[in-house]
Design a binder for this molecule. Structure first.
Ligand SMILES: *[C@@H]1O[C@H](CO)[C@@H](O)[C@H](O)[C@H]1NC(C)=O
Ligand SMILES: *[C@@H]1O[C@H](CO)[C@@H](O)[C@H](O)[C@H]1NC(C)=O
Ligand SMILES: *[C@@H]1O[C@H](CO)[C@@H](O)[C@H](O)[C@H]1NC(C)=O
Ligand SMILES: *[C@@H]1O[C@H](CO)[C@@H](O)[C@H](O)[C@H]1NC(C)=O
Ligand SMILES: *[C@@H]1O[C@H](CO)[C@@H](O)[C@H](O)[C@H]1NC(C)=O
Ligand SMILES: *[C@@H]1O[C@H](CO)[C@@H](O)[C@H](O)[C@H]1NC(C)=O
Length: 325
């Protein structure tokens, strides 16, 4: 019975990695944001995660104002929900704080740069141990203390998140930058109630959330930036349309301090903060960042901002009508 034994061994090798203490762990428990299990190593150790190393459309990125193009065809994003009040579960995954929405609460996302209908799966919170870091995306080199990512999967083409991650146009992620303010956004506060945070101190712990209203979470702006990118955690699949809102959501200093007291380990293990769970930015390469903000042709430094219009003078085949400007 040599053959089944070998098969069994290969399966084990594929599913298990080794943690810092030399113990066998599942791949999902292996990766972290630091050291030899951190972002630089994600693409090296697991052949399923090779995009983390070789991908040319990776996320997050740094938004440079002079690289952003105004696209007058971009419409506002649109939510449709069959409930005013969502229920779900807040979970310390050891990688981030995730709010998993109950399946029967359907929230549809359409519009913006999207061609398909996407369905809300969960919210993921990234944040820093200090105010000058924490967000995954940055703007002209400026990092926010946090970033809340709303993850949607393509409901027209795929049955669930896992299937969508393997396909094209699989995911849409809306990012809300988190900024320190005098008070916490009431809806964010509801998600991060004191006793809920206490219950999710350690990895694997969960707390129920009821009556969560997505609309009230959003900053009042129709403006966003959008580009094609990837998941910011393994397997780094390049199937994400990112929509980054142009106004932050506020969180109090007190709430931020409470978040910084959460751990990425299970109870009884060496205590390692959950904070600083952000991937470093990747190169934009040949991608385009578009926005629905109509720059008044000059930015705040007085420099002209490029628009789609100024890039319209490309060569076409001679039998096609040439753009006039
Ligand atoms: C969401 O989209 C699905 C599929 O088109 C549809 O059946 C459902 O009614 C939509 N829900 C809402 C609240 O619009
Ligand atoms: C949230 O609350 C607003 C009013 O504050 C309401 O108009 C909206 O329907 C509610 N539901 C959702 C899903 O946002
Ligand atoms: C949310 O939970 C509350 C309390 O259990 C329940 O009354 C309500 O119907 C739930 N809402 C949805 C949309 O499932
Ligand atoms: C916070 O409160 C101070 C003092 O009341 C005020 O000056 C400041 O503008 C407030 N900041 C924000 C972001 O609301
Ligand atoms: C937190 O945990 C306690 C003890 O297990 C439980 O009674 C309480 O309902 C939990 N709170 C939340 C918000 O899940
Ligand atoms: C964008 O702004 C410029 C200058 O204010 C204005 O002339 C132009 O009509 C605007 N474009 C659109 C599509 O609103």
């Amino acid at each position: 019975m040599m053959f089944p034994y070998i098969l069994f061994t290969i399966v084990l090798v594929q599913q298990l990695a080794t943690n810092v203490e030399g113990q066998a762990v599942a791949w999902d428990d292996w990766w972290t944001y630091e050291g030899i299990t951190g972002p630089q190593f994600w693409g090296l150790v697991n052949s399923d995660w090779v995009m983390c190393k070789d991908g040319k459309m990776q996320s997050p990125i740094n938004f440079r104002a002079n690289q952003i193009l105004y696209d007058p065809n971009l419409i506002p994003i649109n939510f449709d929900s069959d409930t005013d009040k969502m229920n779900g579960t807040l979970i310390n995954t050891g990688h981030d704080l995730t709010f998993q929405v109950d399946d029967r609460n359907r929230v549809n996302l359409t519009g913006g740069p999207l061609s398909y209908l996407y369905r809300l799966q969960e919210l993921r919170l990234h944040y820093g141990s200090i105010d000058s870091q924490g967000s995954e995306h940055s703007v002209d080199g400026y990092s926010f203390p946090g970033e809340l990512q709303l993850l949607f999967y393509n409901y027209d083409l795929y049955g669930d998140l896992a299937e969508a991650t393997k396909g094209t146009s699989g995911l849409a992620i809306i990012s809300l930058f988190i900024q320190i303010g005098n008070t916490t956004n009431p809806e964010l506060d509801k998600l991060l109630w004191n006793d809920r945070l206490q219950n999710v101190t350690y990895k694997g712990a969960a707390a129920r959330v009821e009556d969560f209203n997505l609309t009230n979470l959003f900053p009042t702006t129709p403006h966003y930036m959008t580009y094609q990118g990837s998941l910011t955690s393994p397997d780094c699949a390049e199937t994400v349309t990112w929509i980054v809102m142009n106004k932050p959501v506020y969180i109090s200093r007190k709430k931020m301090t409470q978040l910084r007291n959460l751990w990425q380990n299970t109870m009884g293990q060496k205590e390692t903060p959950l904070a600083d769970n952000f991937r470093p930015t990747s190169n934009l390469n040949s991608r385009t960042i578009r926005t629905n903000i109509n720059f008044t042709t000059k930015d705040k430094m007085g420099k002209p901002c490029p628009t789609m219009k100024s890039k319209k003078a490309y060569q076409t085949n001679s039998w096609l009508v040439k753009p006039t400007s």
